[in-house]
Design a protein around this ligand. Sequence first.
Ligand SMILES: [Zn+2]
Ligand SMILES: [Zn+2]
Length: 439
Amino acid sequence: MDIFPGRLYLKKEVETVEGLQEILAISANRCFRCGNTNPFLFGKMTCASCDREDCLYCRNCIVMGRVNSCQKLYYQKADILPERIESCLSWEGTLSPGQKKASSAVVSSIKQKVDMLLWAVAGSGKTEMMFEGMDLALKQGFRICIASPRVDVCLELYPRLQAVFKEVDIVCLYGDSKDKYQGEQFVVATTHQLIRFYDTFQVIFIDEVDAFPYAKDPFLEYAVRKARTKVGSTIIITATPEKKWQQECAAGKRNFVKIPARYHRKQLPVPRTCWIGPWKKNLAQGKITLKLINWIKKAELRNQPVLIFFPEIEAMNQFAEALVNYDFTRPVTVHSADQLRKEKVEWLREGKIKLLLTTTILERGVTFKDVQVAVFGSEGRIFTEAALVQIAGRAGRKLTHPTGDVCFFHYGKTTEMNRAITHIKKMNQLGFKEGLLDD
Ligand SMILES: [Zn+2]
Ligand SMILES: [Zn+2]
């Protein structure tokens, strides 16, 4: 069995531990691998290797193989690779002024070995903003990683990166990925996979850091810190940073760059709101407000695809059934555990269907040309400012169709709804101020 630099191994995973660095798996009641310190997430067991009856093991990261307090983790130090003379980037595109600004900030963070927050609106072309920095890091022989909480995001990024960094070994790691890490210089991974790495990457990009359901994952920060070398850059990319971070940016306590405009230089669509009364009661009677029925029909007349977001699966299914009472065929619905999730997204993209009902699962990472967006029951708790900003960000992403209607259909306006609308308006104002928007 081969050992690859920077990855943590259990004793049983290697032939010999000779010549490897070692580290206690659990010390001072903390799991080294995942950072768990919560006593409730440690188990006790009778252990054959240390003969104790109360040998501790970590339950938090047990899916990656059990680690006991009497065990060690083994690794081979990850060295910086030889420098490359030539650029590894083959990309013909050009950056918009907003993208260029972000790209320069990424490059300078990597040069200065500091962390940074890249706060860029949905549809601003975030991937391209990283190319130049990635190229610089790869040329210097740095090991780099781009991680996202969402496997969909990783799967979308991987082929795009392979296409522009053709000469570089890239691997994509997630829970049940066939590919395993074999010392590749460039790792694309779910954030969870970072648990396996130690002191490995000089540069880590975290994409869509606030993505549900990991937004509040207390272990993520630890995992990133542990996987990165002590000196290096962590670049966090999001359209919707949490409030604490927004405040830190405003107070000058966080190194950040804000890209308030889309690459196509058109404003972000500002959501409208529409009161629809007690929709739960109505749905139970098979009724849907005519305001929404007419809204759907209007989009249908213009041959525009429609996405409607729901706070829960049950309401979505009731809505789908009720729609039949209004001369519609039963629409397609999608949610996170849906086996046909990818296919259904493709149907809407290819125009095979014109209407797709969804839970928040499609709030990010998807682009549909000319899509019209509704949020049904937008007062629901799941619709936070961040979720609503992301959802609104689905509309008007394409250069050919840079606008789109976004409407929050609600039974009582919430603070989160107001915050989302203010957030988007402020971004547009800033976009004009910085000369990144045309109209
Ligand atoms: Zn033991
Ligand atoms: Zn653990």
